[in-house]
Design a protein around this ligand. Structure first.
Ligand code: ADE
Length: 249
């Protein structure tokens, strides 16, 4: 196995490159790819930057140039449903591009000429992620996230959810927009800006992938402020400990 690990921003992957044995960094397509041994696993870490094109370019490069056999996307997301709270963890069971609409030529959300709207991540890798997320919450959480942060973000008993993740080239800050998506996409648990693009690339190249997201905001009018605060002080702890557990599993 050679695992490609993608995040949009540095805070969503902080500490992983530092934890690598024998790291070597290569620049390609204006991104830094760091190869090395991450705990038990041969890995390549990279920051995609934000958005579906950036993520698709990065995933393609990981497979075609760096020979990864699996891809893991780790980062934050907005809550896609009222049952999902800030600090909860979401493992994607399916991914859809919520801003893709070529109707009336093709059904809303369908990727034209593929017959597909939803892409499924790899069940085994996703199961490994779910286990790692549960173990993180049970065993690492209280040590990893300080009391001040837990209180500031109201992180009482974070939970792990499995469900539909919707990606689009929009930072969601509108309650009504989210409600519309929620009605159109049953099982929606999170909104973000990269996962479904990575899932489509991986589907087309035949590479297993999985997506895990920590909820940073409620995708409403406060989303930008909540997102910035969460990314600055909490996101890295989740990403580091969960990835460590996945690699050691
Ligand atoms: N990632 C984190 N929060 C988000 C939001 N509200 N919209 C899109 N992507 C996000």
């Amino acid at each position: 196995m050679r695992l490609g690990i993608i995040s949009a921003l540095a805070e969503e992957q902080q500490g992983l490159v530092e934890a690598m044995r024998g790291p070597a960094t290569l620049i390609h397509g204006k991104r830094a790819y760091t190869l090395g041994q991450l705990w038990e696993i041969d890995a390549v870490c990279v920051l995609s930057r934000i958005g579906k094109v950036a993520a698709a370019m990065t995933a393609t490069t990981l497979v075609e140039k760096f020979g990864v056999t699996h891809i893991l996307f780790t980062g934050v997301a907005g809550a896609g449903d009222k049952t999902v709270q800030v600090g909860d963890i979401v493992v994607a069971e399916a991914l859809v591009q919520h801003d893709l609409d070529a109707s009336p030529l093709f059904p809303r959300f369908e990727v034209p000429l593929t017959g597909l709207s939803h892409f499924q991540p790899d069940p085994q890798l996703s199961m490994r992620l779910s286990r790692a997320a549960h173990d993180f919450l049970e065993q690492d959480f209280l040590d990893a996230v300080g009391e001040g942060e837990r209180r500031a973000f109201g992180l009482l008993q974070p939970r792990v959810h499995r469900g539909l993740v919707a990606s689009g080239d929009q930072f969601m800050t509108d309650r009504a927009h989210l409600a519309g998506l929620n009605a159109a996409l049953p099982g929606l648990v999170a909104v973000e800006m990269e996962g479904a693009a990575v899932a489509q690339v991986c589907h087309e190249l035949g590479v297993p992938c999985a997506v895990i997201r920590t909820i940073s905001d409620n995708a409403n009018e406060n989303a930008a402020i909540d997102f910035m605060r969460f990314v600055k002080s909490v996101a890295a702890q989740y990403a580091f400990h969960i990835t460590r557990r996945v690699c050691r599993d």
